[in-house]
Design a binder for this molecule. Sequence first.
Ligand code: MG
Length: 460
Amino acid sequence: MTRLFGTNGIRGVVNQDMNSSLALGIGQAWGTYLKRTVSHPTCAIGTDARLSNHMLKSAVIAGMLSTGCDMVDVGLVPTPTLQYTVKEKHFDAGIVITASHNPPQFNGIKGTAQDGTELTKDVEEAIEQIYFSKRFTHCNWNEVGTASTLAGAIDLYIEGILSKIDVPKIKKHRFHVALDCGNGAGSLVAPMLLKKLGCTVTEMNCEPDGTFPGRHSEPIPENLTALMKNVPERHASFGVGLDGDADRAIFIDEHGSYIWGDKSLSLVGKYITKKKKGGVTVTPVTTSTCFEEVIRKNNGKVIYTKVGSPIVAAVMKQTHAVFGGEENGGLIFPEFQYCRDAAMSLATILEILATEQKPLSELIAEIPSYDMFKTKIPCPNEKKEQVINLLEDDIEKHHEITHIDRTDGIKLYMKDSWVLMRPSGTEPIFRVYVEAKEKHHAEKIALFYKNLVDSLIQRT
Ligand code: MG
């Protein structure tokens, strides 16, 4: 079956593949799906700061109203704010119109279940099936849903975060934070949260603007150069850059150095497992070994999952994990909610700094360092399965392998290094990730396995 949902909702270029008729159809399909289990569903909807939000939101709302769902518009909010509102206000579902960190011409539709977690694959497939079969529920004229608005979602969310962290301890330190919201939805939350935590804030790109005039939305090093420069110049305690819908946060140390997501994930994981004296943590197989090292040192355990935040969150829920997240700055705090949350990450980093009383660069230097090397190889989708099978046969000959993990593709552990070969779920490519203690070693292994995968693709 053709798929609409990718790893993070439905995305596309506005008025091309992401258009109002698709949004209307998704609304009708979603409403039809909800009506199967709930007689009178109420659904919350919000958007990030993109220019096409109103068009897509209106179409989704119209589609859902036609099935008999009531719709409550919470306005412009970060994705985690919408997710928190769904959970706290007991909505039957939540929808956010966002394309996260994609360029401004993109937009997307993303859903959450009743408990605020991202939709599982089963639910997405059920909605897709209704969409393609066009078997929509059309309710009677007198049962069409009602549309209303809800104010105060952001206040509710900020209050929720403040209730989970040590506010007096953070306030005492009067931190100075350089904050780059990238003109995204985080602009409405992060400055206010920091002020409530007694911080001085140097604001950059903190006006919501769907043209993203300040910088590209993804918080990768090349997009955060101004922030990296600003942190030492303004003598800030640290810097933080958010993505467009504020579920991911990337940190900059007091010297202006970019902190990779693996390291911030490890720092927070270390703090939480230390506090809890162990516990289960969850992360995808692509995460650096530095995470497992610090978690194990604190008597914690790491469970690895396939790539994608919904699966990380689902496994966290099943295993009663104390923490989890991805290596791209998407951290999940289960005591607050089971989804990635940039503002909660920011508040937690402040609590860590206040507790440890060391600069961020020093805390990061305490996390073990590995070199990671990533590459990709074009591979037609229909060849992927056969390539994996051939890989299985081939690696039996490799004596240096100590352990094989088949969670997502094939991950081979060797002494002081690992290699992961996984077919992409969305693109006709094979990804190869290698991690080793030294860069030249990682590159050497990557070249070997890239050539191996390449030759297997040629052979099929
Ligand atoms: Mg995002």
